[in-house]
Every structure is written in structure tokens, then in C-alpha cells.
Design a protein around this ligand. Structure first.
Ligand code: 2AM
Length: 191
């Protein structure tokens, strides 16, 4: 039986997608070799599960529904632009989370408790809520000399308030042109 790459995420709304794509337009000249996230793929990963069987996915969806119901909806300020691991050697450039970030962390911790036995051991990075805008493969050109000051100038960039009222279990298929994400379950918060 085939396995499916699976993760749980918060999805962006249209206003956030537009702001992120404007931001990408400003960042693009400063990052060579980056793979930019398309507007429709913008998301905040709560939990990456890896390759799962259909039975495991059914279990992930029902446990995620249960966790979502036990957490209320909240408002999240999407703000700040930064890079992992840092602006000198960027592997990922992202938009951050400000007010409401603690609600995201609570949700993530609850999902981690509920799902960790099903998750493949991913990169154990510690959870920092972020919306990835660009990924840089190892050996890519990386940032221009100006990238550090460009990111500093965007450290307080405000992408607005997002009403978070559901989380989504996604499957992901990797293609040459980039990943495609398919919603497997949409789980309302606090219902
Ligand atoms: P990222 O945004 O920080 O790159 C779908 O692939 C999502 O799962 C991505 O947004 C990615 O987070 C996250 N992800 C992919 N592979 C991962 C891994 N091995 N460990 C942890 N998270 C991963």
C-alpha cells in the first residue's frame, strides 16, 4: 500500500496570500537560487508527520479533529520577516507570528501530544511558528550582501491579522515544479 506525505497546518486567507506575494516580489532580487512558495501553498506547519499509510491518515484526521475541537478559535498577527538559521546563511525565509503566537504554540503542543506516536522523526527543530516564503537548497547562491539589511528593514513588517478558526490535514505530492498540497480533513477550532 502506498504511503502519503502528510502534515497539519494553518492555512492563509486571501489577504495574507496577497501580502506574502507582495513581500516575495520585494525579496526576490536579494535571493539567488531560492524556491519561492506559491500564493496558494502558503501555510504555517503545526506538525509534519512524514509518509503515512491510509490507516494512519484516518487516525491523524480523527485525532486532529478532536484536538481542534478542544482549542478555541483565535486571532493571529502575522508579522516580522526572518531567516533560518540566520540572515547570513539563509536556508528558509519566512513571515513570523506575533500576538496569538502563544495560541499557535498551544495548538502545536496539543497536536504533538496527540500525534507524535504516528509522526516519523522529522528534523527536530523545536517549534517556531512561521510561514515559509522561500527555501534555499544547500549550495544555492544564497543571499546577496544586502539581504541582511533588507531583512532588518522588514523585521517589523506587518502582514495583518488572521482569523484562525480551523486547522487542515494536508497530503503533499512533490513534483519538479514544486509541491502540491491536498486537504484531507478540515478541522474547525472549538466546535
Ligand atoms: P517549513 O515550512 O519550515 O519548510 C510541508 O512540507 C511542510 O512540512 C513544510 O512547510 C515544512 O516546513 C514541513 N516539513 C517538511 N519536511 C519536514 C521535516 N523533515 N521535518 C519537519 N518539518 C518538515
Amino acid at each position: 500500500m502506498g504511503k502519503t506525505r502528510t502534515f497539519v497546518a494553518i492555512e492563509a486567507d486571501d489577504a495574507l496570500r496577497r501580502r506574502a506575494s507582495g513581500l516575495i516580489g520585494r525579496l526576490r532580487p536579494h535571493l539567488g537560487g531560492a524556491r519561492w512558495v506559491s500564493e496558494e501553498n502558503l501555510h504555517l506547519t503545526l506538525m509534519f508527520l512524514g509518509e503515512l499509510s491510509d490507516t494512519e491518515i484516518t487516525e491523524v484526521c480523527s485525532r486532529t479533529e478532536w484536538v481542534a475541537r478542544a482549542n478555541g478559535p483565535f486571532s493571529l498577527r502575522v508579522a516580522g520577516v526572518g531567516a533560518f538559521p540566520d540572515a547570513q546563511r539563509p536556508r528558509a525565509v519566512w513571515l513570523g507570528a506575533r500576538e496569538g503566537g502563544e495560541a499557535v504554540c498551544r495548538l502545536q503542543a496539543d497536536l504533538d501530544d496527540a500525534l507524535s506516536d504516528l509522526a516519523q522523526r522529522g528534523e527536530n527543530r523545536g517549534f517556531v511558528p512561521h510561514w515559509t516564503l522561500a527555501r534555499l537548497p544547500r549550495g544555492a547562491g544564497g543571499g546577496s550582501p544586502h539581504l541582511v539589511s533588507v531583512l532588518e528593514g522588514l523585521a517589523d513588517y506587518d502582514a495583518g491579522e488572521l482569523a484562525v478558526d480551523q486547522v487542515v490535514v494536508y497530503s503533499s505530492e512533490l513534483y519538479r515544479g514544486g509541491p502540491e498540497y491536498y486537504p484531507l480533513a478540515t478541522c474547525p477550532l472549538g466546535m
